[in-house]
Write a protein that binds this ligand. Structure first.
Ligand code: ADP
Ligand code: MG
Length: 613
């Protein structure tokens, strides 16, 4: 790469003057300050917003434009500029002398070349681009050779070779005496190296499409900046390497990857949904409507007829309760998990798919998962390095969002083991092949399962009906049994609904609240409202709990087989969450007795063992 702009010495001077003299709109010398802080903390990377360079002064327009074309050259000039400034500004102590001898990095971000996974190929090799995605895989950390020291086995002469590109040029013979040279590891220079996989975010994915991905390389001081499940904005140089699967076409098939120069893990919550002041006005107006709850329920999968209770439960789950950190530091989840168990063909899948689209950060998957990592996480062999890689599953990818999991009963044995932790502690711990990690899975689960015998059997328990252990079942706040019951009246209503919807003549198939607005409404509520229980609500829940427990004891004394009509402290927590969710839906900070009542109604329906459409 050769820039026609100016010599590299001149370019270093330009970057030094930018760091020294750039002032933001508040007249703050932000880069000078950042540099002072860098030295104080003995860090090595300075991040520079591309737009600041572009707007610094007219000279810098050309420089900024050249950055995306010839990134390596600018990174190297900018990094030299930092190093020179560090040497000028640092205290003259031994500690800082050692620090200043290390590598420094100028890391550009917010470049104008924004790429998406589907148009990555429109950029040429060597360009600097920005892409947003989710980290799905993270390899071990390796040491990468960047400067090789060769020593002559005869005369002891030392030759240093900087590694450019991806291949080591081996120095076979001593230039002095012709004797064999050998690589000296101790004198050579290595940097920390890690490969990651960046994948299209589930919420950006059109239904039914496979997510695209690109691998990226992190080096030196940024190797620890990401973990699986992180949503990231990455700036990197497009590189290319021979594909492993060349299938005999020696050297013809290549694969793109990114040499990552900057990673940002943006504010982890609903940052993608921009809520404008106009949106906010609309949201507040909607929240005051008397019929808000009915409107929301009707806006969930309107083309599915009936199942109002199930839709109400889904609505509550979309809003969720408040996560609580108790005095002893333990955490009680706020996320509501809902399971739909039912006969085939009762629109479970359709409800799930719609919900995944509607939820901020929603994703739809099946129990088998779409990758080796399944629902939780897995340690897999990485084809590029041959080493072990940690791969995130669906619950990690939907962290802080909603995972709609169809055919939940088909999950793998590994997932069955780790899903308990995910559903209660909201983390997934993995310790395998030397990789030890804990990933976040603060995920709302809306799942569906089919009875193992094809049809739901009223004479055995839910657990016996589906292929799931009670320990997993009990982690659902609500379990709905959706039965397909032939009935002349209801059949003709469903038929009518389906037919006129398919003919495009069903006014009810149009959601009363536009899905985009509803999505923003949910995000807004989750961001701004953390409801707390009032005494009246707590009292109501307590009375109900004691009452149902009493019922259970009496019936079991009478020898009635208990299954669903048993209630445990888990359901008590579920009731609190559901009540909170309803308050949040109304953008209320207080959970009222009415919220508790509605939550109890829903739970009663599920405890009685069936929902009807
Ligand atoms: P499941 O996942 O429960 O087996 P699906 O969601 O695949 O069922 O539904 C099967 C088909 O029947 C879908 O095309 C769905 O739209 C239709 N269907 C079933 N029940 C209803 C209903 N209550 N309203 C509208 N369509 C329905
Ligand atoms: Mg289905």
């Amino acid at each position: 790469e050769k820039s026609p702009l100016m010599s590299s010495e001149e370019l270093v001077e330009k970057y030094k003057s930018f760091i020294r003299y750039y002032r933001d709109e508040n007249n703050e010398p932000i880069y000078q300050k950042a540099l002072a802080q860098l030295i104080e903390e003995q860090r090595r990377s300075l991040s520079v917003n591309w737009y600041h360079l572009y707007n610094f002064n007219p000279d810098f327009r050309e420089i900024a434009e050249d950055i995306v074309m010839n990134p390596s050259l600018h990174i190297s000039a900018g990094s030299s500029a930092i190093k020179e400034l560090v040497m000028e500004l640092m205290p003259m102590t031994e500690e800082f002398r050692i620090y200043s001898e290390g590598d420094f990095h100028l890391r550009f971000y917010n470049v104008p070349t924004k790429a998406s996974f589907r148009d990555l190929t429109k950029f040429s090799i060597g360009r600097l681009i920005e892409i947003e995605g989710i980290i799905t895989r993270v390899s071990d950390i390796y040491d990468k050779l960047v400067r090789a020291s060769f020593i002559c086995t005869n005369c002891g002469r030392i030759e240093e070779i900087d590694i450019i590109g991806e291949k080591l040029r081996v120095l076979e013979k001593c230039p002095e005496c012709g004797a064999p040279m050998k690589l000296d590891h101790e004198m050579s220079k290595f940097i920390r190296w890690r490969s990651v996989r960046i994948q299209e975010r589930p919420e950006d994915l059109p239904p039914g499409m496979m997510p695209e991905h690109v691998d990226g390389i992190l080096t030196d001081d940024i190797v620890d900046d990401v973990k699986p499940g992180d949503r990231v904005r990455v700036t990197g140089i497009i590189r290319i390497k021979p594909a492993r699967r060349d299938e005999g076409r020696e050297g013809l098939i290549y694969k793109r990857y990114l040499e990552i120069i900057h990673v940002e893990v943006p504010n982890r919550v609903y940052e993608k949904l921009e809520i404008t002041p106009e949106d906010e006005e609309e949201i507040l107006k909607l929240s005051e409507r008397e019929d808000l709850e009915e409107l929301i329920v009707k806006s969930i999968a309107p083309s599915v007829f009936g199942w109002a209770d199930v839709k109400r439960a889904i609505a509550y789950a979309l809003f969720g309760g408040s996560t609580k950190i108790l005095a002893d530091g333990s955490k009680v989840r706020g996320e509501i998990n809902v399971l739909l168990v039912g006969d085939p063909g009762v629109a479970k899948s359709q409800l799930l798919k719609y919900t995944a689209q509607l939820a901020p950060r929603g994703l739809y998957t099946t129990g088998k998962g779409s990758t080796a990592a399944g629902l939780t996480a897995a340690v897999v062999r990485d084809s590029a390095t041959g080493g072990w890689t940690l791969e995130a599953g669906a619950l990690v990818l939907a962290d802080m969002g909603v995972a709609c999991i169809d055919e939940f009963d088909k999950m793998s044995e590994d997932d069955r083991r780790s899903i308990h932790e995910a559903m209660e502690q909201q983390t997934i711990s993995i310790a395998k092949a030397g990789i030890v990690a804990t990933l976040n899975a603060r995920t709302t689960i809306i799942a569906a399962a089919n009875p193992k015998k094809g049809k739901y059997d009223d004479y055995v328990t839910v657990a016996e009906n589906i292929n799931l252990p009670p320990t997993i079942l009990s982690r659902f706040d609500l379990v709905f049994i959706m039965k397909d019951r032939p009935g002349v009246e209801s059949d003709s209503m469903v038929a009518e609904h389906i037919l006129i919807t398919r003919m495009g003549r069903n006014p009810e198939a149009k959601p009363p609240i536009d899905p985009n607005l509803l999505k923003k409404y949910i995000a807004y509520a989750k961001q701004n409202i953390d409801p707390i229980l009032t005494d009246e609500a707590a009292e109501r829940i307590k009375n109900y709990y004691v009452d149902v427990r009493g019922r259970g004891i009496k019936e079991s004394e009478e020898g009635i087989v208990q299954d669903l009509i048993s209630i445990t402290p888990r359901q008590l927590e579920a009731l609190i969450r559901l009540s909170e969710a309803r308050a949040r839906m109304h953008l209320r900070r207080e959970v009222t007795a009415e919220d508790a009542e509605m939550a109890i109604n829903l739970m009663e329906i599920t405890l009685k063992g069936a929902a009807y459409d």
